[in-house]
Write a protein that binds this ligand. Structure first.
Ligand SMILES: *[C@@H]1O[C@H](CO)[C@@H](O)[C@H](O)[C@H]1NC(C)=O
Ligand SMILES: *[C@@H]1O[C@H](CO)[C@@H](O)[C@H](O)[C@H]1NC(C)=O
Ligand SMILES: *[C@@H]1O[C@H](CO)[C@@H](O)[C@H](O)[C@H]1NC(C)=O
Ligand SMILES: *[C@@H]1O[C@H](CO)[C@@H](O)[C@H](O)[C@H]1NC(C)=O
Length: 465
């Protein structure tokens, strides 16, 4: 009898010890750091340079301020920055519980589904995409793009109402394989759809970008009688969506480090650091250095050109373009898609629509005028939905110069005329921890942007909705 009590007592001690341990682990995971905003106007470029020098985590930059994040385990503030005037915000880390039921979302309606009320871990995003494809089998196609660095399957979702039968036999031409229209033709022939590509968060921590891409996917298939449905756009466009370009990094943000940025690739035998910056790994104007230090040197004598970039840096571009299997898989798929005329890379945060180029502020593409005109209209369209203000400009001028960016590759290599980057909400109050209640409004206004760009292009191609 006494023995039984003793066992019960020991068991109780072990259980409470384990749950205390779990509590501590949970607290470790949710311990936030400090976001410092440096807004002394003349200092922006030198803050960027110093941050680069010390491999600090730059969250956002404009011509008026730079946000730099200092995690709790690495609060080091370099002397050069400590003396500059800045504001500090504590950043909390809220990783929602993982145990949502897959069957809980009734996706038969855009307005009534609960899916877009929450952020979701990788497995749930993937089952949502599969469920969407299964619910709308005659207008969707789920494509396997290949494996991520850690071996996860990557998916693309094509939404099309027809006249897009890639690889099928064309009966009218005597059973011969239908010839694809020349890819670079911006205006497709009658009956042929134009392609519109949307990519979610390459940077793992930009959760709202992945959430917005799943919202858009559902808005595109949703019955046109529903508010915010985008299905009318299918009359002239095929959509190709990659909600989860960085599955390994995304999973890591849920399990270990909420503000992880890169993919999770192990590069070379001698580096202790994992991952490269996917959005510096594309094959147009790729460079082994993360940024053009020459552009900063006159502002900060200490900014030495460092080639190549430290593999531990957030901005590590890898040792060669397309080294990231994820980037390579996406590029290979895009290259097979016909008549693509529009591309939007969803990111956060900052509320900006940006056109090429990223690699330089000194040159604009020959299509800049049309690109900016459509972007300005799109920013008005966004504002008309919930009043959110978006800035417009080239990516280099709205952010900072960066090589090997996806938008430059899509425009210059794939000849996608209307190529953009959209930094979604907010402007720094919550940064990457945008509260869940804003997922829907963000999805709705991003839908307004997609619709405007599509209609602008259709109008130029003399098509009407
Ligand atoms: C999902 O919602 C629709 C109406 O929006 C309803 O007809 C259907 O029964 C629901 N399905 C489930 C499984 O609850
Ligand atoms: C959404 O739910 C409301 C309230 O139950 C219902 O009236 C409406 O028809 C639903 N919408 C769709 C598209 O199912
Ligand atoms: C898809 O199938 C439904 C019925 O299952 C049909 O009503 C609808 O018209 C079809 N859509 C297309 C684009 O073929
Ligand atoms: C779309 O909604 C309308 C009105 O509610 C309905 O009559 C129609 O059947 C729906 N179409 C599809 C394909 O579900």
């Amino acid at each position: 009898m006494a023995g039984t009590w003793l066992w019960a007592f020991l068991l109780a001690v072990i259980v409470s010890y384990c749950s205390a341990e779990q509590q501590i682990l949970q607290e470790e995971k949710t311990r936030g750091g400090v976001l410092r905003r440096f807004s002394t106007e003349s200092a922006v470029q030198s803050v960027l340079a110093v941050a680069q020098e010390h491999d600090l985590d730059i969250w956002h930059a404009t011509d008026a301020f730079v946000d730099v994040y200092f995690p709790p385990d690495a609060p080091f503030l370099p002397q050069e920055l400590a003396q500059l005037r800045h504001t500090s915000t504590s950043i909390s880390v809220n990783v929602p519980p993982l145990a949502l039921s897959h069957s809980a979302w009734n996706i038969s309606s855009l307005e009534n589904t609960t899916f877009h009320d929450h952020y979701h871990p990788l497995s749930e995003v993937q089952s949502f995409i599969k469920q969407l494809a299964a619910t709308y089998p005659n207008i969707t196609r789920l494509v396997n793009l290949g494996l991520s660095a850690e071996g996860r399957e990557m998916n693309g979702l094509t939404i099309s109402t027809g006249a897009y039968n890639e690889g099928e036999e064309d009966e009218e031409s005597g059973g011969r394989r239908k010839k694809k229209a020349p890819k670079k033709t911006p205006v497709a022939h009658d009956g042929e759809k134009l392609g519109f590509v949307i990519v979610g968060a390459q940077h793992a921590r930009e959760w709202i970008a992945t959430a917005a891409s799943t919202y858009l996917a559902q808005a595109i298939v949703a019955n046109s009688s529903e508010h915010y449905s985008l299905s009318k756009l299918l009359d002239h466009f095929d959509f190709h969506i990659i909600p989860m370009p960085n599955p390994d990094g995304y999973e890591y943000t849920w399990e270990s480090d909420r503000y992880w940025y890169k993919n999770r690739q192990v590069i070379g035998p001698y580096t202790e650091c994992v991952g490269l910056d996917m959005n510096r790994n594309w094959g147009y104007k790729w460079r082994p250095e993360a940024t053009d230090n020459k552009q900063y040197r006159h502002l900060n004598s200490q900014a030495k050109p460092r080639v190549p970039t430290n593999p531990c840096s957030h901005w590590y571009p890898g040792t060669r373009p397309f080294e990231s299997p994820e980037v390579n898989n996406i590029a290979n798929w895009i290259a097979t898609l016909p008549n693509v005329i529009a591309f939007v890379d969803l990111r956060s945060y900052g509320q900006m629509i940006s056109s090429p180029y990223s690699y330089t502020c000194k040159r604009l593409p020959k299509d800049a005028e049309d690109q900016i005109e459509a972007a300005l209209g799109a920013s008005h369209a966004i504002k008309s939905v919930h009043g959110t203000e978006f800035k417009v400009g080239s990516l280099c001028s709205t952010l900072y110069p960066a090589y090997g960016n996806i938008v430059d590759w899509m425009y210059a290599r794939e000849a996608i005329k209307y190529s953009y980057v959209a930094h979604l909400r907010d402007t720094g109050t919550y940064g990457f921890s945008l509260p869940e209640k804003w997922i829907r409004p963000t999805g709705e206004e991003t839908g307004g942007m997609i619709q405007y760009i599509a209609k602008f292009i259709a109008k130029q191609a003399k098509r009407t909705f």
